[in-house]
Design a protein around this ligand. Structure first.
Ligand code: SAH
Ligand code: MG
Length: 232
């Protein structure tokens, strides 16, 4: 199946070459080798790309370095810690990333990578299913307590994640979702009814885009990143 036209593939290569660099500051050798090491350890190869990682860091910096910031970011779906390290690197010194992962082996791998990246002290890894953990976090942190949430766990649950997270976001906070346009097994232009994930994400995209409580855009890098800013 031709999911992306040739010109778009070339554009993706350009984006990766120009904006997806992981060389430079010390420690980036860790990021460059992280997913190959995770895959060798038996984890699935489904992390975001370097250019999406850079976008996540930029969004975290934007959300957490503001007079109204709380310094708290939540991630759903830790995997090997790849996206989490980018998120953590965007935090202020007093900031905190809470990341939720269902598979204990993934959480263990990620925790070691957070330590190695020097962000272990500001990252809390919670093992559990997002829909079990989120109500507890809502109770613990309260409303308007977080600057940003990054959704990357179960696609058919995105709408329910957003329903719990929206009151937790401070005004001006960001709801960010990976796979807004596709994944390895479906793409958004597939016919409705061919994939429950596609249909759920399509519904989620339309719900957020149509919600007057958010300003929403979708950045079509890799498999699409939805970015929604909660209205002040
Ligand atoms: N954000 C990561 C990739 C996450 S892949 C990155 O880009 O680096 C999705 C992860 O969600 C997997 O590790 C999977 O084990 C985890 N997961 C699956 N079901 C979950 C659930 N119900 N709650 C939380 N995490 C879940
Ligand atoms: Mg993803």
């Amino acid at each position: 199946m031709e999911m992306t036209p040739r010109r778009w593939q070339d554009t993706c290569q350009y984006l990766s070459d120009v904006f997806g660099r992981v060389d430079g500051p010390s420690g980036d050798a860790q990021l460059a080798t992280l997913m190959p090491r995770a895959v060798a350890a038996g984890l699935p190869d489904i992390a975001v790309s370097h250019d999406v990682g850079r976008l996540l860091k930029l969004l975290t910096q934007t959300a957490t370095h503001d007079a109204a910031s709380t310094g708290v970011v939540i991630e759903l779906g830790t995997l090997a810690g790849y996206s989490g390290i980018w998120l953590a690197r965007g935090l202020p010194a007093s900031g905190r990333l809470i990341t939720v992962e269902y598979e204990p082996e993934h959480a263990r791998f990620a925790s070691a990578e957070f330590e190695r990246a020097g962000v272990g002290d500001c990252v809390e890894v919670i093992i559990g299913a997002a829909l079990d953990v989120l109500p507890r976090l809502a109770e613990r942190l309260g409303p308007r307590s977080i600057d940003m949430a990054f959704l990357d766990a179960i696609k058919t649950e995105y709408e329910r994640y957003a329903a719990i997270l929206t009151p937790m976001l401070r005004p001006g906070g960001l709801l960010v979702a990976d796979n807004a346009l596709g994944s390895g097994s479906w793409w958004i232009d597939s016919p409705p009814g061919t994939s429950p994930e596609r249909d759920a994400v399509d519904r989620f995209n339309r719900t957020v885009a149509g919600n007057p409580g958010f300003q929403t855009a979708c950045v079509p890098i890799r498999q699409g990143v939805l970015i929604a800013r909660k209205t002040d």
